[in-house]
Design a protein around this ligand. Structure first.
Ligand code: AP5
Length: 206
């Protein structure tokens, strides 16, 4: 099976975006990421307000809006890597109604490391490539000059995102752990080592 259905879990900054790029390079799957979908529609007016209001405060965007995005994306996908969803138990329940999964993988990273990673993260707006001010900067001066920081990567918002993760998303991880589906990956290794472990876990189900 070269089109697995993969759920990639992890706290903000755990490396979901970084490792999703690796999965896309090696497997014939779609990248379904609620964060990117919401960023592309930040100012969309809905009965719950705009996504921007929630995202810039580090809060979760209301479920009905996010559920609709995921349902539409999964309908079109054969295999997928789902990144950024589910973020609470109600989203996890909805997900179980609309698809089955081949792999549920958690990128496990400590809190202290997450704050450093997110406040140092930079993105190339032209390619979407992710860098870090300390661990991974591009050699090309032109690319370095155009890197941007995400609005929600300031230290204050990062701390709120981590609090929201503990309160809402940790129960989702506990749920998959209790059901025996969860595969833990040590996310504090180098990106290459993390990929090697994740790829082996995908190979096991693919
Ligand atoms: P979203 O975009 O999903 O953000 P997130 O989950 O907070 O995750 P990030 O994208 O910040 O981190 P990542 O794990 O992808 O890490 P990355 O690979 O970039 O969500 C944003 C907002 O949208 C939410 O706050 C919420 O408001 C809303 N939202 C989204 N989904 C929602 C939902 N389902 N329901 C409701 N609201 C929703 O890596 C981070 C940094 O670390 C990079 O600089 C990278 O270079 C570096 N790095 C990566 N791996 C390593 C490594 N192994 N070693 C050293 N550095 C590394």
């Amino acid at each position: 099976m070269n089109r697995p259905k993969i759920l990639l879990l992890g706290a903000p900054g755990a490396g979901k975006g970084t490792q999703s790029s690796n999965i896309l390079e090696h497997y014939d799957v779609e990248h379904v990421t609620t964060g990117d979908a919401l960023r592309a529609n930040k100012d969309m007016e809905t009965e719950h307000g705009t996504p921007r209001e929630y995202m810039e405060a580090g809060e979760l965007v209301p479920d009905p809006l996010v559920n609709e995005i995921v349902k539409a994306a999964l309908e079109d996908a054969g295999g997928f890597v789902l990144d950024g969803y589910p973020r609470n138990l109600s989203q996890a329940e909805y997900l179980s109604e609309i698809t089955d999964l081949d792999l549920v993988a958690l990128l496990d990273v400590s809190k202290e490391e997450l704050v450093d990673r997110l406040t140092g993260r930079r993105m190339d707006p032209e390619t979407g490539d992710i860098y870090h001010t300390e661990f991974n900067m591009p050699d090309d001066e032109e690319i370095r000059g155009r890197l941007v920081q995400r609005d929600d990567d300031t230290e204050e918002t990062v701390r709120e995102r981590l609090r929201v993760f503990d309160e809402n998303t940790q129960p989702v991880i506990d749920h998959y752990e209790e059901s025996g589906e969860l595969v833990r990956i040590d996310g504090e290794q180098t990106p290459e080592e993390v990929w090697s472990d994740l790829d082996a876990a995908i190979e096991d189900v693919a």
